[in-house]
Design a protein around this ligand. Structure first.
Ligand code: CO
Length: 145
């Protein structure tokens, strides 16, 4: 496993618009992307960009609101009604190599690599195999950050 940049922290919310207002008005975020629906995960998503070096953006907060009761995030919110940290996402240079490495270490990879909210291939690793943290592994986008 070759650990890359921490791409984002996934935060579940019961109310995406209220969370956007929180990051804008309370936290002073000035760069928040337009929400869109990620059908495959049944969530409405947007990104809060934190400032990075040299005018680039740094690590993101990924806000996730379920769009239906059978969304994976809906089940999580049922147990955590205020919302909160849902997962953490690290980049890797090669998604298929990373999957094989996690599996060789006995970690439960949840499904095949698929296109995630950033348009690159991702998979999740079971929190019980990751010290309690649902972990998203994402192939580094080809364009520079
Ligand atoms: Co994510």
């Amino acid at each position: 496993m070759k650990l890359g940049r921490m791409n984002h922290i996934g935060v579940a919310t019961p109310d995406l618009d209220a969370s956007i207002a929180f990051y804008r008005d309370i936290m002073g975020a000035t760069d928040i992307t337009e929400p869109f629906v990620l059908e495959s995960q049944k969530v409405r998503v947007c990104f809060v960009n934190t400032p990075g070096e040299n005018g680039t953006h740094g690590t993101q907060v990924e806000l996730l609101e379920p769009t239906s009761d059978d969304s994976p995030v809906a089940g999580w919110l049922a147990k955590n009604p205020l919302g909160g940290q849902h997962h953490i996402c690290f980049e890797v240079p090669d998604i298929h190599a990373a999957k094989a490495e996690f599996e060789a270490m006995g970690k439960r990879v949840l499904g095949e690599p698929r296109i995630g909210a950033h348009g690159t291939l991702i998979f999740f690793v079971h929190p019980k195999d990751m010290n309690g943290m649902l972990t998203e592994i994402m192939e580094t986008p080809k364009e520079a950050h």
